[in-house]
Design a protein around this ligand. Structure first.
Ligand SMILES: C[S@@+](CC[C@H](N)C(=O)[O-])C[C@H]1O[C@@H](n2cnc3c(N)ncnc32)[C@H](O)[C@@H]1O
Length: 287
């Protein structure tokens, strides 16, 4: 990386020495992820941030976190710096997810929502989809039980996980929670160079699409939905951001539509526009 004087800013980096994240540098990254994604990081997350970014610093040859931060924060007109800013945001999000996570939600969809939707064309949204497991779990349940057409949209702020979700290919170990019948009907085991992985059937993938979207921003381009899963993401937000995100999401939910949050999350004090029908499951008023 050359600065305007042509000096290589990264020449001092020693690949054998791990950079140390100072408290002041930690604050810079904490503010970056709060401003970009609304994610609040407690001071206890310092080691996490350092661990997630230091490999990247070494790859790029930066000796300190501040130099790296200055590059991604200030160079607004530099496409490479903007790409790296997104990359840093990707690294600072927590993307843990798995198939059939919190199965009571999928039981509710099968037993209560799908009978109610019978014959109708429905749109479902995995609003913090991570690498796609939630959206594809929904897809398998819909394909198995819904009589009528359906479409699923997954969105996430991390472009890295959106790309992984679009591929829809996972290590075989991740298939553990998928019922045998669904594995047989909707998943293909990889062979040759894809051995050790499986991929969702193309007939399912055709009805599931993913795109990058920030829950803090206007989401009207995703359209209106009958069900929104907003699970295990509110925990990262403070009350003000939670209110904004839930209001944004509810604007895209049809009256009478269903909103699901993670079982460790609650909408108490966040919105009065929904009523709880079972833990972590709400119906939007107005049907
Ligand atoms: C822990 S994962 C949850 C995945 C899935 N919903 C589940 O319950 O298994 C949280 C996801 O929220 C995404 N996320 C965090 N802040 C976001 C924001 N402001 N807009 C969109 N997605 C965000 C992260 O990138 C991450 O992939």
């Amino acid at each position: 990386m050359n600065d305007s004087s042509g000096t290589d800013k990264r020449a001092s980096a020693d690949p054998g020495v791990a950079p140390i994240l100072s408290d002041a540098e930690f604050e810079l990254f904490r503010k970056l992820i709060y401003d970009a994604a609304g994610i609040s990081m407690a001071p206890s997350k310092k080691a996490l941030i350092s661990g997630r970014l230091s490999k990247r610093l070494r790859e790029l040859g930066y000796a300190t976190f501040r130099e790296y931060f200055n590059w991604i924060d200030k160079a607004r007109n530099d496409p490479a710096a903007l790409r790296e800013r997104q990359n840093a945001i990707d690294h600072l999000t927590t993307n843990e997810t798995y198939f059939f996570r919190e199965p009571r939600h999928f039981e509710f969809i099968e037993k209560r929502l799908i009978p109610h939707w019978a014959g109708r064309s429905v749109r479902l949204w995995s609003a913090a989809s991570s690498s796609g497991e939630e959206a594809y779990t929904l897809a398998m349940v819909m394909e198995q039980h819904h009589r009528g057409s359906w479409e699923i949209v997954g969105t996430d702020i991390s472009t890295r996980v959106v790309a992984a979700a679009t591929r829809g290919q996972y290590p075989l170990l991740r298939a553990n929670n998928i019922p045998k019948e669904f594995l047989r009907k909707y998943c293909l085991k990889g062979v040759g160079e894809h051995a050790g992985t499986f991929r969702l059937e193309s007939k399912l993938r055709r009805k599931v699409s993913f795109r990058a979207a920030n829950l803090q921003e206007d989401l009207s381009s995703v359209g209106m939905f009958d069900l929104v899963m907003l699970r295990n993401v509110l925990i990262y937000f403070d009350l003000e951001i939670k209110k904004r995100v839930v209001a944004n999401v509810l604007r895209q939910l049809k009256p009478g539509g269903c909103l699901m949050v993670g079982h460790a999350e609650s909408l108490h004090g966040v919105t009065a526009a929904v009523k709880a029908v079972q833990p972590a499951t709400y119906i939007k008023e107005g049907d």
